[in-house]
Design a protein around this ligand. Structure first.
Ligand code: SF4
Length: 210
C-alpha cells in the first residue's frame, strides 16, 4: 500500500469511527477561536473552554479586549499557563483586528500567520474551521499518530509533518481528518499509556501496532 492509499483508508475508517468530530475548542465567533488557540498552547482545551467564558464575561468583543489592560487579561488567563506572553499576544492581536481588519479576522493564511502568537498550526485551524479551506493542523496528536500509523516516517517537526501530509491527504479532507486524529489520539492511540491497539480500527493497517 502506498502512503496515499494508506491515507485514504485511514481517513475513511476514522470517518466511520468519529462521524461528528470537530474542533474541541468552543467558540461562536471567529475572533474567539483566535483567542482560544493562543490559550491552548501547553494547556488542555477543556481548561481553555472554561477560562474564555470568564474572559468574555469581562471583555465581550474585539474592541473591549483590544482596549483592555494587559495585566487584567493576564489575571484571567493565568490558569492556562504562560499567562504573561499569552495576554500580551491576545492584546496585540485584538488591537490589530480592531485597527486593521474592522474587528474581523483576516481571511488569508499569510495574514493570520502574521498576527502575534499565531503559528502555522493555529492559522491552519482557523482556515479550516472558520473559512472551510484546506488545512492540516499538526498538533501533538497529529504528529504522534501519523508517525505511528506510518503516514510519515520519523518526522517530528510540525511544519515538515504538515508538508509531508499535504502530499498524501486530499486537501478537502485535511481539516476533519486532523480533528479525528485528536479524538483517536485521546481515546485509543494515547500518548501517556500504551496505545489500545487491540480495539483500534486501524490495527490491521498501522505500522506500529503493538
Ligand atoms: S494500531 Fe495502535 S499504534 Fe496504531 S493507530 Fe491504532 S492504537 Fe495507535
Amino acid at each position: 500500500m502506498t502512503k496515499k492509499q494508506l491515507a485514504l483508508e485511514v481517513i475513511e475508517r476514522l470517518k466511520k469511527e468519529y462521524p461528528d468530530a470537530d474542533c474541541t475548542l468552543d467558540y461562536d465567533q471567529a475572533w474567539k477561536l483566535l483567542v482560544s488557540v493562543r490559550l491552548a498552547a501547553q494547556c488542555t482545551d477543556e481548561r481553555v473552554n472554561i477560562i474564555v467564558e470568564k474572559l468574555y464575561e469581562r471583555f465581550p468583543d474585539v474592541e473591549s479586549l483590544a482596549n483592555a489592560d494587559v495585566d487584567e487579561i493576564e489575571a484571567i488567563v493565568r490558569p492556562c499557563g504562560l499567562g504573561k506572553s499569552k495576554a500580551r499576544d491576545i492584546s496585540a492581536c485584538m488591537k490589530i483586528l480592531r485597527d486593521k481588519y474592522d474587528c474581523q479576522i483576516p481571511k488569508t493564511f499569510d495574514e493570520l500567520l502574521a498576527l502575534p502568537g499565531v503559528g502555522r498550526k493555529s492559522a491552519n485551524l482557523i482556515m479550516g474551521d472558520v473559512f472551510g479551506q484546506p488545512a492540516i493542523v499538526t498538533d501533538t496528536h497529529c504528529i504522534r499518530l501519523t508517525n505511528r500509523i506510518g503516514l510519515v516516517d520519523g518526522i517530528k517537526e510540525p511544519k515538515k509533518v504538515e508538508m509531508a501530509l499535504w502530499k498524501i491527504i486530499p486537501p478537502e479532507e485535511g481539516s476533519d481528518f486532523c480533528h479525528r486524529l485528536v479524538y483517536h489520539g485521546r481515546e485509543v492511540c494515547t500518548a501517556r499509556t500504551t496505545p489500545y491497539c487491540e480495539k483500534c480500527c486501524l490495527a490491521d493497517i498501522c505500522k506500529k501496532r503493538i
